[in-house]
Design a binder for this molecule. Structure first.
Ligand code: GUN
Ligand code: ZN
Length: 451
């Protein structure tokens, strides 16, 4: 089929109409006018799962021939949300009462993760987990599996069946954990290597070498994790760092030869560009500076940090322009209390308030989209509507509930200032109910006929 000049070919293409909003730069470092792209009545053209074009409806529509348009007028369309830290095996133990990190791990987490030796059970939770992500508008996540290789297979099989871009890995844990959850330095290396060879780069799936944290790994295990990063330079490193005061003191006592928590990872070869560290609540300024130098990333997990009483993340320090650190948002379920990244931005705003800081709606959106993509070194594929990127996006309803409808009765705004106000209402009040639809590679993934 030929295409007339000025007309896009309609083969395997879809067009989506609505208010289009994305970040094209970092609003922590550039003005919001520079960082935010907004088309109040826009059209997003998708071909073979990728974004082909975007622009004002009135300008683009006449170039598209009779390409059918899915009309979301009155709704806000943003890039798919990116969760940079979550544990799928902890889905069922969300809201576990009364403990802080180290006790919480032993009382609740380890017994729960034991169940993931059973591949069928792991698959059933992986399915439920991914459906929950899509319902909340999350299209990509960096996910802890459990120590059992079968738990990684179950997760990746479920993600592949949904055509999702997901990153996961087997937990490595060779000490200070129950026997039923422990591997050895060598077995964790061998099993992780086999999983990388099986899954990394298959369809949209990517692998993260995943030592749980310095508390449950020997030095030998951390060094073998680094060897995997040398052998497979485009896999990720995913772990926890400096979450809780007692944890930091404990790590120092386990590794007295090192200059602090981050130094344990650094001296064993784990602080790199594709390394993502969850939490970082207790980091010193010098540690932030080292993460910046290494181009490593932090996942800010406010609902978890508040739930476990871990503390208040210093986002202004992480975003210090002198030594900037890449930051994404993480739900950290099951220590986190919600699958919703909108709910997570709500708590991030409150954490900033408690430190006398303001987290604007556009900065919150950045953290949940392009900021997350940058933290995962995936900004060439995800995080905005730039043509060529993968067409994962979310349709939000600014009037989803009675209260939101009252708050946003003026409807879709025309100015950036009014948009900031509407978006802030979604940052604070939006949760899964604000998500009208989630698209994966241009295909409707939520709701399905079963929803
Ligand atoms: N540190 C080590 N393991 C965990 C975990 O499962 N959750 C959280 N929040 N912190 C950890
Ligand atoms: Zn975690």
């Amino acid at each position: 089929m030929g295409t007339r000049p000025g007309q896009l070919s309609t083969q395997a293409a879809t067009a989506i109409r609505g208010a289009l909003l994305d970040c094209v730069a970092d609003p922590f470092y550039q003005t919001e006018t520079e960082a935010v792209r907004y088309i109040a009545d826009g059209l997003l053209v998708i071909r073979q799962g990728h974004i082909e074009a975007l622009g004002p409806y009135d300008e683009l529509k006449p170039t598209l021939g009779d390409l059918p348009v899915v009309d979301y007028t009155g709704k806000l369309i943003v890039p798919g949300l990116i969760d940079t830290h979550i544990h799928y095996p902890q889905t069922g133990m969300i809201a576990a009462y009364g403990e802080q990190l180290l006790e919480w791990l032993h009382c609740y987490t380890f017994p729960t993760e034991r169940k993931f030796a059973d591949a069928a059970y792991a698959r059933s939770i992986a399915d439920l987990f991914l459906d929950e992500l899509l319902k909340n508008g999350t299209t990509t996540a960096l996910v802890f599996a459990a120590v059992f290789p079968a738990s990684v297979d179950a997760f990746f099989e479920a993600a592949e069946a949904r055509n999702l871009r997901m990153i996961s890995g087997k937990v490595m844990m060779d000490r200070n954990a129950p026997d039923y959850l422990s591997d050895t330095a060598q077995s964790s290396y061998d099993e992780s290597k086999a999983l990388i060879e099986k899954w990394h780069g298959r369809e949209r799936l990517l692998y993260a070498v995943t030592p749980r944290f310095a508390g449950t790994s020997s030095e030998a295990q951390l060094k073998l994790a680094a060897r995997l990063l040398d052998e497979f330079p485009d896999v990720y490193l995913h772990t926890h760092l400096s979450e809780n005061v007692n944890e930091v003191a404990w790590i120092q006592s386990l590794f007295p030869q090192y200059q602090g928590y981050l130094d344990v990872y650094d001296q064993t070869g784990l602080v790199r560009e594709r390394s993502l560290f969850a939490h970082g609540v207790q980091l010193t300024d010098a540690e932030f500076q080292r993460l910046s130098e290494a181009k490593a990333a932090i996942s800010f997990c406010p609902t978890s940090n508040l739930f476990l009483g871990s503390g208040l993340f210093r986002i202004e320090q992480a975003k210090n322009p002198e030594y900037p650190v890449k930051v994404g948002l993480g739900t950290d379920v099951g220590a986190g209390t919600s699958f919703s990244l909108l709910q997570t931005t709500n708590e991030a705003y409150k954490v900033a308030q408690l430190r006398g800081q303001k987290l604007s709606a556009f900065r919150a959106l950045f953290l949940a989209t392009l900021g997350g993509a940058r933290a995962l070194c995936l900004e060439d594929k995800l995080g905005s509507f730039d043509p060529g990127k993968e067409a994962d996006f979310v349709v939000l309803d600014p009037q989803a509930t009675t209260l939101l409808a009252l708050r946003n009765e003026a409807g879709i705004p025309l100015t950036l200032e009014s948009l900031a106000d509407l978006l802030f209402s979604l940052v604070i009040m939006g949760g899964d109910r604000a998500v009208t639809a989630t698209y994966i590679m241009g295909e409707l993934a939520y709701p399905t006929a079963d929803d």
